[in-house]
Ligand binder design. Structure first.
Ligand SMILES: [Ca+2]
Ligand SMILES: [Ca+2]
Length: 457
């Protein structure tokens, strides 16, 4: 299983091989070596730390270290090496048990964090069965580190690292299909005249991209000599494979790992890809680098441990392939990495996702409309209510004014009373002043029943 912390697209130096050093130096000179490895070796696996700690502890056992030195890749892969665990010292076993308990507890925390993020209910967690999804240890026995644990750890790491390249190729394929899909969509959006112009422009860029110096086959004498001369600044007449190997074993562990190999191709890749050019795609350059590393590994890595030893390297220089290699085809020489049918399927999936998103957006829009309508209705009601309250309060004030000052003269005749008339006039023409409106609005004690009565006026 891989998680979010799986190998990044630009993994750190030393990534991607099971870090078993079968030529480990004797223990007395181990400390500086160990420190160096700690810095550089990172497989990129989510259980990388556990893997490295287990191997470090095992290497402190003289018997196991001896077995490691004589074991071949088959012994490691088929679990024969794991059987040797029964013979390691007691204190080594105790440390391994402790490592496993730490790893189990780390995985439990991972699971809990995952469940917390998806579950709001505090459910009872069945850790024992959930732990089964992790393949790099034996979940049935959570307290001790057994031969089975070592076997599973090595097998899972090997498998995951092999899948790593496959995953990168798949990712690249999806990238290329998306790029082509967007290109076609863009062309479709143009009118005929503009489309023809754009197609011609794209064709010219493609041609420009294809014009570059010849790319040497990875691992060929021509390729290595170019690095020797141009990168290392050495005399081409003095090319020496052994010196070359030592020069490019950057971390000094006597093997060329995948990153040390990939660094050798920078010179070749610069012939084809320049980040300043529109027509050169740097994602394609990284795919090209990966393909180059796979080619050299296929020719050189005899024991398939994803590392090139000096012996393997020197042997490769004696092969025909070294001096007269099969020509290297760059990505632009090849057919697209996807078929038309695959592209169509990819586009159909994109379409499905777009429809789904559009439906979700439409239902959100409808919900929002509904909310706006409801808001409007509420606002209208509020205004009606406010108006009614104002009318009522005005009528009450008019009534009061009339009762306090009867409109009669000293002889009982009707007398003009400007204030009363004015007030009555205003009462008929509500709403009145803002002050009264504010007062009414902020007065929650006014009974709705009054409102109802007033509405019938
Ligand atoms: Ca190295
Ligand atoms: Ca090898």
């Amino acid at each position: 299983m891989r998680d979010g912390t799986s190998c990044p697209s630009n993994p750190p130096v030393g990534c991607c091989h099971v870090p078993i050093n079968r030529n480990a130096a004797p223990q007395e000179v181990l400390p500086p070596q160990e420190e160096k490895q700690e810095e550089s070796l990172d497989t990129g696996l989510y259980y990388d730390r556990y893997l490295r700690e287990v191997i470090e502890v095992l290497e402190t056992d003289p018997h196991f270290r001896e077995k490691l030195q004589t074991a071949n890749t088959e012994d490691i892969k088929n679990g024969r090496l794991s059987k040797e665990l029964d013979l390691v010292g007691h204190h080594v076993r105790t440390r391994l048990d402790e490592l496993k308990r730490q790893e189990i507890s780390r995985l439990r925390m991972l699971l809990k964090a995952k469940l917390d993020s998806t579950n709001t209910l505090n459910l009872q967690i069945d850790h024992a069965s959930l732990l089964k999804q992790f393949e790099h240890l034996d979940p049935h026995n959570q307290n001790t580190f057994e031969a089975k644990d070592l076997e599973l750890l090595i097998a899972t790491a090997t498998k995951d690292l092999e899948n790593y390249d496959t995953e990168r190729h798949e990712e690249f394929k999806r990238y290329e299909m998306l790029k082509e899909h967007e290109r076609r969509e863009y062309l479709r959006s143009l009118d005929q005249e503009k489309r023809e112009k754009e197609e011609e422009r794209q064709q010219q860029l493609k041609e420009k991209h294809r014009q570059h110096r010849k790319v040497n086959a990875p691992g060929s004498v021509a390729q290595l000599q170019e690095v020797w001369e141009e990168t290392d600044g050495l005399d081409p007449q003095e090319f020496n494979p052994k010196t070359f190997f030592k020069l490019h074993d950057s971390n000094g562990d006597d093997v060329l790992d995948e990153q040390e190999l990939e660094a050798l191709f920078t010179k070749e890749l610069e012939k084809v890809y320049d980040p300043r050019n529109e027509e050169d795609d740097m994602t394609e350059m990284e795919e090209e680098r990966l393909r180059m590393r796979e080619r050299i590994m296929m020719n050189v890595d005899i024991n398939h441990d994803r590392l090139v030893s000096l012996e393997e390297f020197l042997r490769s220089t004696e092969k025909n392939e070294f001096s007269s290699p099969k020509e290297w085809e760059t990505l632009d020489d090849k057919k697209p990495v996807y078929s038309e049918a695959e592209l169509q399927q990819f586009e159909a999936e994109l379409q499905e996702k777009e429809v789904e998103l559009a439906q979700r957006a439409e239902s959100l829009r409808q919900e929002q409309e509904l909310l706006v309508d409801r808001g409007k209705a509420l606002e209208a009601k509020r205004k009606e209510y406010q108006q009614a309250v104002l009318e009522m309060s005005q009528r009450q004030r008019n009534q009061k004014a009339v009762e306090e000052k009867p409109p009669s003269g000293p002889n009982g005749e009707l007398q003009f009373h400007p204030e009363t008339n004015k007030l009555e006039e205003q009462g008929a023409k509500a709403p009145i002043s803002q002050d009264v409106a504010g007062e009414a609005q902020s007065n929650p004690t006014i009974e709705p029943t009054q409102n109802l009565q007033l509405q019938t006026f």
